[in-house]
Design a protein around this ligand. Structure first.
Ligand SMILES: CC(=O)N[C@H]1[C@@H](OP(=O)(O)OP(=O)(O)OC[C@H]2O[C@@H](n3ccc(=O)[nH]c3=O)[C@H](O)[C@@H]2O)O[C@H](CO)[C@@H](O)[C@@H]1O
Ligand SMILES: C=C(OP(=O)(O)O)C(=O)O
Length: 446
């Protein structure tokens, strides 16, 4: 989508109602695809969503010689790493800035080829997003890293060796870096202060199916005993709890009722507790979760984002839109990313009352306190929202703008909607199913 195709007209004021389905998690599927590089046999990944981040990784894997083809059932990919050694990666620069995933190719490529080139990373602009932990970890395994103008060049002069690592912060990507590197390293790796998000557990399941030996303690310690060889896997990706929560927030903000087929209670418990505190209703069954606004007033809350099992930061932005409709003052303390509240200025233009603060408001003191980052918000509600011209800043911020536009009176022009395809499969079709009044300028009402 480019030019005017990248603008969506949203006519607000209609509750979203109906059923949609979420498939495999954006934050697991690309990593499980990278894991296939470690195997000596083909792998089968099921429940793969058609989103941009998956397409990017598919392209990167193919560039590295992995054959990727559809499997027998819809949403199944077969990844065959047999010809990785003979791949020609001359075009890798074309993938610069495409997603966060290229950094996770380091371990698998170092094991297979002894070297790796990692182009500049993409991903959402919600903070500095340094990758220092990743490189510190890789050096500890025995890799050398050279910064070049167009990316990073890594070498493993000899087989990587298991090591003891303590992460300064339970970073998701760095934990995955350790897992994907340690499984084929010589000896044992002990990782403390690891991230334990459900997507990480699912990646561990994938690796165990391939032959890895990994144990996880309750105190954020993960131990990996390196093996000499891994096979392939057959795995159904866990559903996307982040997309599910986005639709749940949309139901609340538009006073709607959405059944999210595929949503799972286990990975969403913290979100569900918060949803209930705000006054949202939900009902869980074996196939999914129904989310709805039960009528009456929504309640204001104090909310702090955190690493799992805390309130996931990617849930924050869509829920903030619903909080603009809650009575009283809500406090939101974003402790994972330093700049994830900038999207609220557009909500204020629509009529919301959201004030940002540099202080750590709410429960704890985080890494960003006293450091000049506007990372706490006070949302005063309820406020009527009016349609506006909106420019999508990042993935979840973008979905939040869609929700706000759908909840608002009047018409909004939402620019940059293509970004939403990074993590929300067929979102236009889903909006249509839910009765949203949206149209591409010059095109039919969807
Ligand atoms: C593709 C993917 O899975 N993205 C998710 C992943 O991102 P990602 O893996 O990039 O996020 P991290 O958990 O690594 O980042 C958390 C915090 O650690 C900091 N940090 C991280 C690495 C590093 O080397 N140095 C450093 O300082 C970051 O700046 C951030 O403040 O986890 C995040 C936290 O749940 C989610 O919001 C993202 O949706
Ligand atoms: C921050 C996100 O993704 P990424 O890490 O891919 O930028 C997200 O999914 O909200």
């Amino acid at each position: 989508m480019t030019g005017t195709d990248d603008v969506l007209l949203v006519h607000g004021g209609t509750p979203l109602e109906g059923e949609i389905r979420v498939r495999g998690a954006k934050n697991l599927v690309p990593k499980a695809m990278v894991a296939a590089l470690l195997g000596s046999e083909p792998s089968r990944l099921r429940n793969v969503p058609d989103i941009r981040d998956v397409r990017v990784v598919r392209g990167l894997l193919q560039l590295h010689g992995v054959t990727v083809r559809p499997g027998e059932e819809p949403g199944e990919l077969v990844l065959d790493p047999t010809y990785v050694e003979s791949a020609n990666v001359a075009d890798i620069d074309a993938h610069a800035g495409s997603s966060r995933i290229p950094i996770l190719f380091c371990g698998p490529l170092l094991h297979r080829l002894g070297h790796a080139f990692i182009p500049g990373l993409g991903g959402c602009d919600i903070g500095g997003r340094p990758i220092d932990f990743h490189f510190d970890v890789l050096r500890q395994f025995g890799a050398t890293i050279e910064k070049r103008a167009d990316g990073q060049y890594l070498e493993a002069p000899q087989r990587l060796r298991g090591t003891k690592i303590r992460l300064p912060y339970p970073s998701v990507g760095s934990t995955e870096q350790v897992l994907l590197t340690a499984v084929l390293a010589e000896g044992v790796t002990e990782l403390t202060n690891a991230a334990v998000e459900p997507e990480i557990e699912d990646l561990i399941c994938v690796l165990q199916k391939m032959g890895a030996i990994i144990s996880m303690d309750t105190d954020r310690t993960i131990r990996i005993t390196g093996v000499d060889k891994l096979g392939g896997y057959t795995h159904r990706a866990l559903p996307d709890r982040l997309e599910a929560a986005s639709w749940a927030s949309a139901a609340l903000a538009t006073e709607g009722d959405i059944y999210v087929r595929g949503a799972q209670q286990r990975s969403m418990m913290t979100f569900l507790n918060t949803y209930r505190k705000v006054g949202g209703a939900f009902k869980i069954d074996d196939e999914g979760i129904r989310f709805w606004h039960p009528g009456g007033r929504l309640k204001s809350i104090a909310l702090e984002t955190d690493v799992h099992p805390g309130f996931q930061t990617d849930w924050q932005q869509p829920l903030v839109v619903a909080l603009t409709q809650a009575t009283g003052l809500s406090i939101v303390h974003e402790t994972v990313y330093e700049s994830r509240l900038g999207f609220t200025s557009a909500l204020n233009q629509m009529g919301a009352h959201i004030q940002l603060y540099r202080e750590c408001l709410g429960g704890s003191h985080c890494r960003f306190g006293q450091r000049n980052f506007l990372h706490s918000a006070v949302v005063s509600g309820p406020t009527k929202l009016q349609g506006a011209d909106l420019v999508i800043p990042d993935l979840r911020g973008g979905f939040s703008y869609l929700i706000a536009a759908l909840a608002a009176q009047g018409t909004s022009r939402v620019h940059g909607i293509d970004l939403i395809n990074r993590g929300y499969e067929n979102f236009m079709e889903k909006l249509e199913k839910l009765g949203a009044k949206v149209e591409l300028p010059g095109g039919p009402i969807v």
